[in-house]
Design a protein around this ligand. Structure first.
Ligand code: HEM
Length: 145
């Protein structure tokens, strides 16, 4: 069950990043309806990631890094930036979507251009963290990193 939750979490965040890229291509081609649908799908997938990730964390605790010492700093930098930017991504995405639904596309575009790189970084770093922990993860009971 633990492995399944981890796998579901990483797939939903990676797929949300891919849907984001597809949404960008669609709007560049002028397909507003396609853009709208695919971006809402990307948002749903990101929300699913949060559900799977929190379920795994709540049920089984955190996984600590147990890899080479030389990489520890780089790993924690990745984990910290991933976590902080993931927390920022949620409210920013809701704001960007809200502006779009109100038809305020100048605001929508301005903030979407800040949001997209953050979202892609979160998706990519989430995948890298998953791979690192699959190789070097050490199980813990509580909140310890
Ligand atoms: C988190 C979700 C979304 C993201 C990240 C996003 C991202 C973007 C980006 C980056 C652009 C600018 C593209 C460019 O200039 O080349 C854009 C434009 C646009 N988006 Fe979204 N979008 C999202 C959701 C939506 C939704 C839900 C709608 C519709 C209700 C929508 C409607 C539009 C429209 C109509 C434009 C073109 C605006 C114009 O050119 O004046 N977007 N979006």
């Amino acid at each position: 069950m633990k492995e399944l939750l981890g796998l579901l979490a990483v797939w939903s965040i990676v797929l949300s990043g891919l849907a984001l890229l597809a949404g960008l291509v669609l709007i560049r081609r002028g397909n507003r309806v396609g853009h709208h649908r695919v971006m809402l799908t990307a948002t749903g997938l990101a929300a699913l990631f949060l559900v799977f990730y929190l379920a795994k964390w709540g049920l089984y605790g955190a996984t600590a890094y147990g890899g080479p010492e030389a990489w520890r700093g780089a790993y924690y930098f990745l984990l910290l930036t991933h976590t902080l930017l993931a927390a920022l991504n949620g409210p920013l995405a809701l704001y960007v979507i809200w502006r779009a639904f109100r038809g305020e596309f100048a605001f929508h575009k301005r903030w979407a251009k800040v949001l997209v790189p953050i979202w892609l970084y979160v998706a990519l770093s989430g995948w890298v963290i998953y791979l690192v922990l699959r190789r070097y993860g050490v199980e813990t009971e509580g909140l310890t990193f």
